[in-house]
Design a protein around this ligand. Structure first.
Ligand code: ZN
Ligand code: ZN
Length: 543
């Protein structure tokens, strides 16, 4: 155990004791130990009890705890605090810039228990108004948390996108043939590294260019980390003439690659298109290449594209927790070339998000009608994101519910439920005659919060039976409905809407992440209702 590790254990102990508001003199002695031990230049792990006690600022209790750490690799007192603290809180305390007071406040005021929940709250602008936080702190925390997730060796696709593009540029200067590959190329929402394939006899050029940190030549690949962020990078070597084969291998499931390999005698100088032709298969887009059984598909359907999307459904204005006014948001959406905006602020139970009480719903409807008079090629639809209450009911009286053009029903509270309860709660809401669409079905936040477990098939069946559409929430943290359930939903005739859940103008562009996963689930325009025009969109939601 290094001095730093030993010192850090005391820092963590002090932090946890502060979190539980233990006596301050104890906390002080442990945080003092942290500072003292960090500065010791001889290895603590080799010292006797007396030697430890001879260090200025180390008393009997601290010295014994150091011995305990060195001998057992752990400290009982620290363990006892770790055991009673949710792992997410421990993780939050470990994030730079957080501090005990902030973690306590976030826990108390916003029920935030993990870094993922905090990141989501930052993205939804929840901290900007919180006492002691504000916009700048929110931005700082956001950056710290992104970093925290990257250090966990798993990355959301959207968070490494820029990195991947920049690296591709750098690598293109070095190699004649180079491509992104692997999980990134397959548009997987979560990945463990950014993969590339490069045609080269050796990686010396790469080593010389010093593009990566911690770079190692592993023979068939060259691995390292991105200089700025530490994201893991793998560059796979394709031998001259075999770029197509390597790219295919590195961006397909093993099963798919083996099937093709069995049908193609010689890959030399074949690009991927030629390989698929020789194998007698339709060209399989990258995003489908890890789908089990995809090779059996004789024709790949025309998958949905971002340019097919005509309406922005599910967006929040500053009536609830969005950053801009309804007018600014609508003008922006229109200027992006969309023909309608389905505004869906939060409903009244969502007090943390400034949900709309009835009078403010009426006020918003009034404003929508005025704004709509000013458009001849665009319309704002009166929607709402209604909380699904604990008993499965929606969040307004029928009188109000029937005034909306459409209603997205979503769960935002009491997320800790067993599968049976969660499924029943959703189905109750789906059966409500006013529900048009189910919002983010599981409440998950990728790499951050698992979400409540649901029986996806039962939920999809209920949507089919009640003519309720399901959203793919395109926020890259959510991507919920999970694309793996799309083929089943499509088979059951359930309509899908790809929704950005935008809380700002920029948030509208999250749509593309939703389209990406929709493609992975074989979604086409016929089943994607916000690729219809506004009248057809509403028609598709009619019971
Ligand atoms: Zn929501
Ligand atoms: Zn929302």
């Amino acid at each position: 155990m290094t001095n730093k590790e030993i010192a850090n254990a005391f820092a963590q102990l002090a932090e946890l004791m502060e979190f539980y508001e233990e006596e301050s003199y104890k906390i002080r002695s442990y945080s003092n130990a942290y500072r003292v031990l960090r500065a010791v230049d001889q290895p603590l792990s080799g010292m006797s009890l007396n030697e430890l006690k001879a260090i200025n600022g180390v008393g009997d209790a601290i010295a014994n705890k150091i011995l305990e750490l060195v001998q057992n690799g752990r400290m009982r007192l620290l363990d006892s605090y770790l055991e009673k603290t949710p792992a997410g809180i421990v993780a939050l305390l470990g994030i730079k810039g957080m501090g005990v007071k902030k973690v306590q406040q976030l826990w108390k005021d916003l029920s935030i228990e993990s870094p993922g929940e905090l990141l989501y709250a930052c993205n939804e602008n929840r901290l900007s108004e919180l006492k002691g936080f504000g916009l700048k702190t929110q931005q700082n925390l956001k950056e710290q948390i992104e970093y925290y997730f990257q250090s966990l060796e798993k990355y959301r696709w959207a968070s490494v996108e820029k990195e991947a593009d920049d690296l591709l540029d750098d690598l293109s200067d070095l190699f004649e043939k180079v491509s992104l590959s692997g999980a990134f190329k397959q548009l997987n929402p979560v990945l463990e590294a950014i993969d590339f394939v490069a045609e080269t006899d050796d990686f010396t050029k790469l080593a010389e260019a010093a593009i990566l940190n911690e770079a190692v030549d592993k023979g068939s690949s060259f691995e390292g980390r991105c200089k700025n962020s530490g994201v893991k990078i793998k560059i796979h070597k394709a031998e001259k003439g075999f770029f197509g084969e390597k790219l295919l291998q590195n961006s397909s499931s093993e099963q798919l690659f083996n099937i093709i390999k069995g049908k193609v005698s010689n890959f030399k100088d074949l690009d991927e298109k030629a390989i698929f032709e020789q194998a007698g298969l339709a060209f399989i887009p990258y995003e489908l290449r890890d789908m089990p059984g995809i090779e059996k598909m004789t024709q790949i359907p025309d998958l949905i594209k971002l340019s097919d999307i005509k309406g922005v459904i599910h967006a929040h204005s500053d009536y609830s927790d969005g950053q801009t006014t309804l007018k600014v948001l609508a003008d922006y959406v229109r200027s992006c070339g969309f023909s309608y905006l389905g505004i869906t602020d939060h409903s009244q139970s969502a007090f943390y998000a400034n949900g709309l009480k009835t009078d403010r719903v009426l006020k918003q409807w009034e404003e929508i009608e005025i704004l709509n008079k000013g458009f001849d090629d665009f319309i704002i639809l009166k929607g709402i994101e209604s909380d699904i209450k604990n008993d499965g009911e929606l969040d307004y009286e029928d009188e109000i519910l029937k005034g909306f053009d459409f209603i997205i029903a979503s769960i935002h509270s009491n997320l800790k439920m067993p599968e049976e309860k969660a499924t029943a709660r959703l189905i109750k809401a789906i059966e409500n005659p006013y529900t048009s669409m189910l919002g983010h079905p599981t409440g998950r936040l990728l790499l951050a919060r698992q979400g409540y477990p649901i029986d996806h098939k039962k939920v999809i069946d209920a949507c089919a039976a009640n003519k309720v559409a399901i959203e793919i929430n395109a926020n890259p943290l959510r991507l919920d409905l999970d694309y793996n359930f799309l083929p089943y939903a499509i088979e059951k005739g359930v309509k899908i809407s790809i929704n950005p859940d935008a809380h700002s103008k920029e948030g509208v562009h999250d749509l593309r992440y939703g389209v990406q996963v929709a493609r992975k689930g074989l979604l086409t325009v016929e089943n994607c209702i916000n690729s219809f025009d506004a009248a057809e969109f509403l028609e598709a939601l009619k019971k």
